[in-house]
Design a protein around this ligand. Structure first.
Ligand code: 8YV
Length: 358
């Protein structure tokens, strides 16, 4: 692999000989059998931390204070394995200072837009994530946001909590019926499909746009209509849900121009990444009544929020909690453990972000 550290710099030492031979292109000495130093950037579920401590030489972040850039650089200089989360920006500046021991970034989460994958690859660092285990929870949250936004649950709750509810009225708190409406899913991967299953139960017609058309069997099962043109789909949907990853290709995929194509009665839901939507343009349209509502779990500059969002009554705002279930976080941690352990034992970790990664 181009730029791999093969034969250069000190070896990690924690790969034993029979195992290391399974790593194509890796030439590690067999003299050291030390446990790898694993540095974890955030507090993880107790059971996961305990197991990490049992298996590896592990440095935890029990205070759960997010690492600053300086701390991240210190960590990549020292660690054999880094376990970051979405809150750590592992960019080329950080990675260029990584020590020769750093061989694996086992990210706790599915999205990897916080990691500069090209630089990692050039430096021979394997990157793994935790796909699959947060699919159902995140799809639940997308559906919850669709319901909450269409039926104005945020506004209703605020009314009650502010002691401003004067009692039932025939014309107050009117939202939009879901049954019979069209939902356009942007990104028909695991989470998009899991959302489609749920949405069908609510009587929504499923439409989708994806880089690649999904298998005909899946389309049939979901009774889903594929739109090659995102523009054309957006113009016809009552609900748009963002479920694609953030990549250079999807940055501001829902641009100001595209958002303007949407019906003024439409709502938009995002549990993926804030960067996929031009947030300023969306906020302007929500304020002007050019979009009916938004249910957001993620933001372009999170945890900073566009202050204008907070002034809007037609939005439901959540703090990036799409995968936040006890079960989900344990399963994410399990995946991190398996990825590190298999790698340390000299095998290919199952959740390599790029299959071409050794
Ligand atoms: C995770 C997420 O909790 O996995 C993802 O991509 O967005 C979240 O649900 C977060 O990334 C943890 O790092």
């Amino acid at each position: 692999m181009a730029g791999s550290p093969t034969g250069s710099g000190p070896s990690p030492g924690w790969l034993d000989k029979p195992a290391k031979e399974l790593l194509i292109g890796q030439h590690m000495p067999s003299n050291l059998k030390k446990k790898p130093l694993v540095i974890v950037t955030r507090k993880l579920p107790d059971a996961i931390e305990t197991r990490l401590m049992e298996l590896f030489e592990t440095r935890l972040n029990t205070d759960d204070q997010p690492f600053g850039a300086g701390q991240l650089v210190e960590a990549v200089k020292e660690a054999d394995v880094l376990v970051p989360t979405v809150t750590d920006r592992i960019d080329s500046r950080v990675l260029s200072q990584a020590g020769p021991r750093l061989k694996l970034i086992a990210s706790f989460g599915t999205g990897v837009d916080h990691i500069d994958l090209d630089t990692a690859r050039q430096r021979g660092i394997v990157v793994t994530n935790t796909p699959g285990v947060l699919t159902e929870d995140t799809a639940d949250m997308s559906m919850a946001l669709v319901l909450a936004t269409a039926r104005r649950m945020g506004a209703g709750e605020r009314l009650v909590r502010a002691h401003k509810w004067a009692g039932w009225s025939p014309t107050s708190m009117l939202g939009a019926r879901l049954m019979g409406k069209r939902m356009g899913i942007v990104g028909m991967g695991r989470i998009g499909q899991a959302l489609a299953h749920r949405a069908r139960g609510f009587g929504l017609a499923i439409h989708y746009h994806n880089r690649k058309r999904v298998h005909g069997e899946i389309e049939r099962e979901l009774d889903a209509t594929y739109w090659e043109s995102l523009d054309q789909m957006l113009a016809r949907m009552d609900i748009v849900s963002v479920n694609c990853p953030h990549t250079p290709a999807t940055y501001h995929l829902l641009s100001a121009r595209r958002l303007k194509l949407m019906k003024p009665t439409a709502i938009i839901v995002n549990t993926a990444r804030g960067e996929v939507i031009d947030e300023n343009a969306m906020v302007r349209m929500l304020k002007a009544g050019e979009l009916a509502g938004a249910g957001l779990d993620v933001y372009e500059h999170e945890p900073q929020l566009n202050p204008k969002l907070l002034e809007l009554d037609n939005v439901v705002l959540l703090p990036h909690m799409g995968s936040a279930t006890l079960e989900g976080r344990i399963e994410m941690g399990e995946k991190v453990l398996v990825n590190i352990k298999t790698f340390a034992d000299g095998h290919k970790p199952p959740d390599r972000v790029l299959a071409t990664m050794f």
